[in-house]
Design a protein around this ligand. Sequence first.
Ligand code: C5P
Length: 237
Amino acid sequence: MQVFAILPAAGIGTRMAASQPKQFLELHGLPILVHSLRAFAAVPRVAAIYVAVRRNEIERVEAQIAEFSNQFSFAGRIHVVEGGDSRQESVANALAALPSQDNDIVLVHDAVRPLIDTATIERTIDAVVEHGAAIVGLPAIDTVKQVERTAHGALITATIPREFVVLAQTPQGFRCGILRRAFAEAAADGFVGTDEASVVERAGLPVAVVPGSQVNLKITQPGDLALAEFYLQRQAQ
Ligand code: C5P
């Protein structure tokens, strides 16, 4: 059994309103994408990493991988594939390129979560071995409301007991056969989810949850950069 990682990095990051996609912005002296690649390359069980990027970024990413190859054990372990118009399409392209068997494991991780740590990656792999599918989820701290959007703004329709809620993070891991079958069903039905677990849940398969952390934040808005920089500086001390 082999473990592969897919890092979708083909987004354009409109919410960041930066001059370039957020995965290429620098944090603590390294591009965000390189932080994420480094975290997975640091796990010996991860055999290879497939990163999906926009066609016009392929050369740039290959150059970055070469630049950090010796420093972070990237050599021969990272492959670049072309992304698609949705995150799901980017992941599907990488999945098609994996030289994997059904029994192998694939971990999908947002390229823009640079603070993922080795222990969480290891825990996710262990949970996939046990359950077939597992994601990292952050327990809800705030009270959770369901709302409907009206012309006058949002109106609450229900309070969801927070013990029943986790916020889905990544990595999200699966036996390759499970993810491939679920993706094929979603493609046939035209379903596009915002994460891989939703595609697998839809296929009626159980997905386990391992504990996440607020540190594993997804860089989305400008304020997230300062927070991530703070966490990285703290880790370096
Ligand atoms: O847009 P969002 O923040 O949900 O993106 C999550 C991850 O999916 C990012 O790493 C982004 O680069 C990636 N993505 C992708 N292809 C797309 C859209 C997003 O690989 N078409």
